[in-house]
Write a new protein. Structure first.
Length: 241
């Protein structure tokens, strides 16, 4: 009888545990910043979800990491790679499965020139809409494709559209991945409404902070134009890029 009561008590305690939140959340770093110029949204995200291997900032206050999302090619990636090579900068390129299959030469160049390749999903699917098995397929099918065709093993994942929930973050972590969001970005993905280069450079430069992860899109003509100057400005502020 005592054993049965003990089991009931254990089950009751489990029922009281808070479930993993299931609703989809759209990530955004926000505009409010702390005394270190870090966006409040990125700081609060890090505090809440760092336990799931998810990052909006890095702990290196002297460094800024440049990341590029690669959903499709718009003719600017080669020039971006030229600039990164000229400035001796290593970046992270988050590839979709379609991009990896369509642009093998650019992918090989990224690897050859010392950049990291991140996983952006085989089909760029919103993870909160998938069950656990489908999440695993979305991530690991691209992981295996990169291993087989490029001899490259990915370790970082960026959720498409910045959409996540705790269940998805926990599943990503269980697959051996770390989830990378960002702490600095601008509206650069609208190819028919590109931001003014002068204003974009000013905004991105003023967003600088220690441990920053910049989100950029390679389809942006503005990014291709200002990248070299942006790297110079960030270095003038004392950061390693």
């Amino acid at each position: 009888m005592k054993k049965r009561l003990s089991m009931i008590a254990v089950l009751a305690s489990l029922l009281l545990l808070p479930p993993l939140r299931a609703e989809a959340i759209g990530y955004g770093q926000g505009k409010e910043c702390d005394a270190q110029n870090r966006p409040a949204g990125a700081v609060s995200f890090q505090d809440e979800f760092g336990q799931y291997g998810a990052y909006a900032l890095t702990p290196d206050n002297n460094r800024i990491i440049l990341t590029f999302d690669q959903g499709y090619e718009n003719g600017y990636t080669a020039g971006i790679l030229d600039t990164l090579r000229e400035k001796n900068v290593s970046a992270i390129f988050f590839l979709t499965g379609d991009y990896a299959k369509r642009e093998p030469e650019l992918v090989r160049r990224m690897i050859r020139e010392g950049h990291m390749l991140g996983n952006h999903g085989m089909k760029h699917a919103a993870l909160p809409e998938l069950d656990d098995a489908a999440i695993e397929e979305e991530i690991m099918s691209l992981h295996k494709y990169m291993q087989t065709n490029f001899g490259y093993e990915m370790q970082y994942f960026r959720p498409p559209c910045g959409e996540y929930d705790v269940r998805a973050l926990a599943k990503i972590q269980s697959l051996g991945y770390r989830t990378i969001f960002w702490s600095a970005a601008h509206v650069d993905w609208k190819t028919d409404a590109q931001p003014d280069p002068v204003q974009a450079l000013e905004q991105l430069s003023e967003s600088a902070h220690g441990g920053a992860i910049y989100l950029l899109h390679s389809v942006s003509s503005t990014n291709a134009q200002i990248l070299g100057d942006l790297i110079d400005e960030l270095r003038k502020k004392g950061y390693t890029v």
